[in-house]
Design a protein around this ligand. Structure first.
Ligand SMILES: Nc1ncnc2c1ncn2[C@@H]1O[C@H](COP(=O)(O)OP(=O)(O)OP(=O)(O)O)[C@@H](O)[C@H]1O
Length: 731
């Protein structure tokens, strides 16, 4: 393991780097090949737009810290990081072969051979064993994050910083519910019922194994909502088909071991490393020989892939089948997204063939696949995921009917995209709200136009590419990297205050309210990379649990929404029991939870406005709840409540519509006296606020502890410098 003290010091000045071509692109970051001039070392620089991630600067700081503290040969570790204008630059070792996904797309569209897979997975698993032992969850294990060097060295990338990528617009809301990419996402992460732990990485690891074996992840051709539905309802995917005959029994067993729906039944990473499959693993030299040698330069491959994507997009538009194809492209890019169109839910259910328990695609799908990715054109791919109705215990017709019920139940209130209507009502003040279908934003080439606040990314990319390959540019040349007027604060030492320095105290003081209004989720509650179970959304909201009604009848209660069981109509009851509506309700609850978090933030902002210091420094984020400070928050809360109540009322009445006229006993607290209910709600929110304060205090303690560790490291580094000084002088 590389020792911290022996590391070379990478400069924390953007002018010390020469940016070359673009080699990768994420949701809100672009990765460039670059040269560190003073050290004459080739590096990769990940450029994150802090304005895009502005809603979770705290999260970024925490995660960049994490990135600097973790140290393992199979993890990409940041050399240093610093701000440049509105951007955060993270300087990393350059992994010249790129990601396993890039390599597959270029040379192995059908997936790798087993020894290659075993070698890649073993290295990734070593990284996971280390991460888990340090109390971290990676949360984004996938082929796109397995980076390979020319010598065949394998490193897992994108830990830490990745989490902030979702924190803008709709993605920010997505972040509050789950993190990761749907195809690789464990069922418990999707459900968010009981939280999740490091076993979620084991599921993603199993999906990654399938991805490396087939060239794409299971369900990758489906839109996100279908992926959610299929992951939750279907039997886990595996290596069970004709085309998988080439794989050994031990590989099949490894995949089956990881892809168990119950996380408790999945092995730990440590145990998994002992699996017999890894006997097939070879050396890094083998990897270099078999998959790296002969590859065109990374920048060139990246450009070609982008050109292919652009073609696909163009074809989509011309062919008028953009929706399905865009979703595919979304997955080709490995980006998660949201699509709540009920038609998709119905289509997903319609894919289920009750007679043989398999899924199939229609002619249209096939055409799309043929025209886009040859990966999907072979007959065996046309039927790749088996749907296990025995597992779900219900015939397919029922599932289709349930989706119909769900549609019936909701469509009267929300004529189109009902879940988006819920979303927009539960979330306020977000700059990106205008386009609820903005999942597609990530699909647009040069999507700078989507985020109008920041310098356009399109220009950024244009300048990076305008002259074709190897466009060399000094980092000081504006690439919208805005040196002028910016505040540069080196953060090579990764001291949190420095990392978050583009905002001056004055900026923060004068603009905090506006800033937080624009970025309401400044405190990300999903706890990126910290090893603790996700908070159950029910800690924010009244529990979802069966309970006895006053007359002894069981009622189902979801927040303020309660249903008496014996009076509800058959149809409405069915709709409520439908997994889709359970997921729907969970989203609703999660968005309500997100709204609550914003209230917490608002109260924090109010209370801290009297302070002259920035609240973005470690240990200062805790809200100080004074009555004068909390008043605006409570007003905000009341406003929120009214909106939420409206939505819930519409939801209730839509379900009532589906029941018989005689059935009229669906009740909700919205029917109770308004003032009394509001008072109760406020009381309960205040209790939640107090709970959150306690949690924040704990988090501050944790951060302080880390800060101390950092300071010790800095101290040790300074001592080493002092010791080496006399030697230099003598020379
Ligand atoms: N150190 C590196 N060396 C070479 N290529 C890299 C490096 N880091 C990242 N890349 C390339 O850039 C791509 C995007 O980087 P990264 O995964 O960190 O961004 P991201 O926004 O987190 O992506 P995603 O949203 O897919 O998780 C990677 O898939 C990889 O191909």
């Amino acid at each position: 393991m590389e020792h911290a003290l022996l590391r070379r010091r990478f400069p924390v000045d953007p002018n010390e780097y020469k940016l070359y071509e673009e080699i990768g692109e994420g949701v809100s970051a672009t990765v460039y090949r670059a040269l560190c001039v003073s050290l004459d070392d080739e590096v990769a620089i990940k450029v994150l737009d802090l304005e895009k991630c502005g809603s979770d600067l705290d999260g970024i700081r925490r995660e960049v810290q994490t990135m600097s503290l973790l140290d393992h040969p199979n993890l990409v570790r940041a050399h240093c990081s610093f701000t440049n204008g509105h951007q955060l630059w993270v300087v990393m070792p350059y992994m010249a072969a790129g990601s396993a996904l890039h390599i597959m797309k270029t040379s192995f569209p059908e997936g790798f051979d087993e020894p290659v897979i075993a070698t890649l997975l073993r290295e990734v698993l070593k990284a996971l064993v280390y991460l888990h032992s340090q109390g971290h969850i990676h949360r984004d294990v996938k082929a796109g994050n397995i980076l390979i060097d020319t010598n065949g060295a394998v490193k897992l990338g994108d830990f830490g910083v990745s989490a902030c990528m979702f924190d803008t617009g709709n993605r920010q809301r997505a972040r509050n519910t789950f993190v990761g990419t749907p195809c690789w996402m464990a069922p418990e992460v999707m459900q968010q019922l009981h939280g999740y732990d490091y076993k979620a990485d084991i599921w993603s690891f199993g999906i990654t194994a399938l991805e490396l074996a087939h060239g794409h992840a299971p369900f990758s051709k489906y839109p996100p909502m279908k992926v959610l539905l299929m992951t939750l309802q279907n039997a886990p995917p595996g290596l069970d088909y004709e085309r998988d005959k080439r794989f050994s029994k031990s590989f099949k067993d490894l995949v089956a071991t990881c892809l168990v729906k119950d996380p408790r039944k999945r092995p730990s990473s440590e145990k998994l490393l002992k699996h017999s499959f890894f006997k097939h693993a070879r050396t890094s030299e083998y990897l270099a020989r078999s998959i790296v040698d002969g590859l065109p330069p990374l920048g060139e491959r990246f450009r070609e892939l982008k050109a292919k994507e652009a073609d696909l997009l163009l074809n989509n538009k011309l062919g008028g089948e953009s929706k399905e194809q865009l979703s595919q492209k979304e997955y080709i890019r490995g980006i998660s997204g949201w699509n709540f169109n009920l038609e998709d839910l119905k289509n997903a259910a319609a894919l289920i063939d009750s007679s043989n328990g398999t899924c199939h695609y229609d002619v249209r799908d096939n055409k799309v696949k043929d025209g886009s990715q040859n990966t999907y054109s072979e007959p065996e791919h046309i039927c790749e995921e088996k749907v296990n109705h025995v597992a779900s215990g219900r015939p397919a017709e029922d599932e289709i009917q349930e989706v119909d019920d769900l549609n019936d139940a909701l469509s009267s209130s929300f004529p189109s995209r009902p879940l988006e209507a819920l979303k927009s009502c539960f979330d306020v003040g977000d700059a990106d709200d205008a386009d609820p279908t903005a999942t597609d934003s990530s699909l647009r080439p040069n999507d700078g136009s989507v985020h109008t606040q920041q310098l356009p990314k399109s220009e950024h990319r244009k300048s990076a590419h305008c002259n074709g390959e190897n466009l060399e540019r000094s980092a000081s040349v504006p690439l919208n990297l805005g040196n002028s007027g910016s505040h540069k604060f080196p953060s090579g030492s990764l001291i949190p205050e420095q990392i978050l320095s583009p905002y001056t105290n004055a900026d923060l003081e004068s603009g905090r309210d506006g800033f937080r209004q624009k970025n309401p989720s400044i405190r990300n509650r999903s706890g990126p990379l910290l090893f603790r179970p996700m908070k159950d959304s029910r800690t924010h909201l009244p529990a979802v649990a069966p309970e006895e009604s006053s007359d002894g009848k069981v009622v189902r209660r979801k927040g303020r929404f309660q249903v008496t069981s014996d009076n509800i109509s058959q149809k409405a009851r069915k709709a409520l029991n439908c997994p889709s509506i359970k997921v729907t309700m969970q989203y609703a609850l999660n968005y309500a939870a997100a709204a609550f978090n914003k209230i917490l933030v608002a109260s924090s902002a109010c209370s801290s406005s009297s302070s002259s210091r920035t609240s973005l420094q470690i240990g200062e984020t805790r809200p100080n709840l004074k009555s004068s400070g909390i008043l605006p928050a409570l007003q905000f809360l009341m406003q929120q409540n009214t909106m939420q109540k409206e939505v819930l009322s519409r939801l209730i009445s839509s379900i009532e519509d589906t029941s018989d006229a005689s059935d009229g006993s669906i009740t909700s607290s919205s029917q109770s006296s308004g003032a009394f209910v509001k008072e109760k709600e406020l009381q309960s929110y205040v209790i939640h606020l107090q709970q959150s304060v306690t949690e924040l205090t704990e988090e501050v303690q944790r951060l302080k502890l880390r800060n101390n560790q950092l300071e010790q490291q800095i101290g040790a580094l300074s001592k080493t410098d002092e010791r080496s000084q006399p030697v230099d002088n003598q020379q």
